[in-house]
Design a protein around this ligand. Structure first.
Ligand SMILES: [Zn+2]
Length: 242
């Protein structure tokens, strides 16, 4: 990955040479960070893991996803709707629907699966980033949608407010696409009748949430923030007690 947003050098000419569009110097609120996408994705436990801890207003949020074919693999299929722009960069693939080096903007409503032509082929793989550009001051909303695999009838829709916030209760903020996505999938899975198509009767089965890792990411997000709070509370107690 390149340089995290906020690290852009200030314009040397005050914008005069570049059509008058001036990029302000960094505010200093976000430390510039560098991540190697391959190294980070070796260690990730979720699809769509944010590479940098900045999700606030105006942030660019690159998130990595990694897929490998397997004879037993079934990752299901859902649709993602986002009212902000997303750009996919393919860092490497084989037997995938996307080409290595390909860059593309997604539609505001797009299907999501492994993007492998044959997910059962162990030789196929894909490593991508999906970068969303957080809104500045406007509302931001996302939705996860499940449709019948057989006849495409709508089965379940979960919409959530993803408006980025500058101030958080936690030192490390939640990434709504993952934390809310886990809730969406649990809702879809909760009742069997949600998954049985009202139109054609096809049983679409449960969504394999564990395989996507969002729930585990959300649990770990809660845990690291709780652990940090426990450490600070302990330090405060020790200092107060002399
Ligand atoms: Zn159906």
């Amino acid at each position: 990955m390149g340089i995290a947003e906020g690290a852009m050098p200030p314009s040397q000419d005050g914008g005069k040479q570049s059509g008058g569009h001036r990029i302000p110097p960094p505010s200093g609120s976000k430390e510039p960070l560098k991540v190697n996408v391959f190294e980070r994705l070796q260690h990730t436990n979720t699809e769509l893991v944010p590479l940098f801890p900045y999700y606030g207003p105006g942030s660019f949020v690159p998130a990595g996803a990694i897929f490998r074919g397997d004879p037993e693999l079934d990752m299901g299929h859902f649709f993602h709707q986002n009212n902000v722009d997303e750009v996919v960069v393919v860092y490497g693939g084989n037997g995938a629907l996307l080409q290595t080096g390909q860059i593309m903007a997604t539609a505001k409503l797009h299907g999501v699966n492994t993007f492998l032509k044959d997910p059962r082929n162990g030789e196929s793989f894909l490593v991508i980033t999906v970068t969303q550009r957080q809104s500045d001051n406007q509302d931001q909303s996302e939705a996860l949608i499940w449709r019948c695999r057989k006849c495409h009838e709508y089965l379940h829709r979960y919409e959530f407010d993803a408006t980025p916030q500058e101030v958080h209760r936690d030192r490390f903020p939640a990434f709504p696409t993952l934390t809310e996505g886990a809730i969406a999938a649990e809702q879809y899975n909760a009742e069997e009748r949600t998954r049985v198509c009202p139109k054609c009767g096809f049983d679409n089965g449960a969504f394999p949430l564990d395989r996507w890792g969002w729930k585990q990411w959300a649990v770990q997000w809660r845990t690291i923030n709780d652990a940090r709070a426990a450490l600070l509370a302990s330090a405060e107690q020790q200092l107060a007690g002399g």
